[in-house]
Design a protein around this ligand. Structure first.
Ligand code: ATR
Length: 280
């Protein structure tokens, strides 16, 4: 049988770290298989996904801006993809194109590793209301955090997510963040504020009022230590950076295509950090 082939598709795609991650696992476990980046402009996404069955790929990852197109192209989806409305992982089940969303899993698994007990939070605050926030809110609601507050510069987007995820999710005004931090057990930044190259306008709310026991995490991982995480660390808070979410979200896809569940190790983490530091 031909060796399994997988891909990551997006537009642009050259910045994706997924090939480093999956190729590392293939090599470490001495498995036959390949993983390649494919640039797919949004206007070609539909054709790309519907043509996959004929292409010989076992499946692949989908990144921006094609996650919604992948969702639409799948004949079957897992519960997380349905809840989030986006697909980041594709595979075939009995020949049927199936889509999953492993971002929620990646988020939760990273915190399980870096901040055990995080899901005992009574109140979590999510900053931002884009696609990434949906995956985070799905994870928080699935882990039964009783109160998940979503704060976004554009309030209507926060309301939209809160309405979608049900009674434990609520939208709150962005301006209330600093006050609300005093009652939060977990604060998650999903905005692009603090991301390398984000132009520098705007800033995240101050953590001055936050509880000493709170956990702070950022899904941005370039830079690894965002200004928000540095501010949290300066206050002595427990933090988890966004790289772990990226590494953990990759594991279920690898298992689908290559048949083995890979481990997220320090070696892998260091490999990706070295690539980031080399400026790729
Ligand atoms: P993604 O889907 O990757 O999460 P996105 O949809 O572009 O990306 O969302 C980016 C998030 O960062 C949004 O919540 C955005 O707020 P708006 O919905 O109001 O646009 C937030 N964001 C970006 N720049 C910001 C700034 N200067 N101040 C506050 N929030 C900002």
């Amino acid at each position: 049988m031909a060796e399994p082939r997988a891909f990551v598709s997006g537009w642009p795609i050259s910045h994706s770290r997924s090939p480093i991650i999956h190729r590392h696992w293939l090599k470490r476990m001495q498995l036959a298989g390949s993983y390649e980046p494919i640039a797919v402009p949004p206007e070609q996404a539909k054709d790309f996904f519907t043509g996959l069955a004929a292409s010989g790929y076992a499946g692949g990852n989908v990144t921006l801006p094609n996650k919604e197109a992948a969702y639409a192209a799948c004949a079957r989806r897992d519960a997380a993809a349905d809840a989030i409305g986006a697909v980041n992982t594709l595979w075939f089940e009995k020949g049927i194109l199936t889509g999953g969303n492993t971002d929620s899993h990646g988020f939760a698994a990273n915190l399980d590793e870096r901040a055990p007990g995080w899901a005992d939070a009574d109140r979590a605050i999510v900053l931002g209301a884009g696609g990434a926030a949906r995956a985070v809110v799905h994870a928080l609601v699935s882990r039964r955090i009783p109160e998940v507050l979503i704060l976004n510069r554009t309030f209507a987007r926060a309301e939209d997510i809160a309405g979608h995820f049900g009674p434990s999710a609520h939208a709150r005004p962005w301006q209330d963040a600093e006050t609300l931090f005093s009652s939060a057990d977990l604060v998650v930044n999903t905005t692009s504020l603090g991301m390398h190259g984000n132009g520098g306008e705007g800033r995240l709310p101050s953590l001055d009022a936050i509880k000493a026991s709170a956990i702070v995490t950022d899904i941005v991982y370039v830079p690894l230590m965002t200004p928000f995480l540095l501010a949290a660390q300066a206050r002595g808070l427990k933090t988890a950076d966004g790289l772990g979410m990226l590494l953990h979200q990759a594991a279920p896809g690898f298992e689908h295509w290559f048949g083995v569940r890979p481990a997220v190790t320090d070696e892998l983490r260091e490999l990706v950090i070295a690539d980031m530091e080399a400026g790729h």
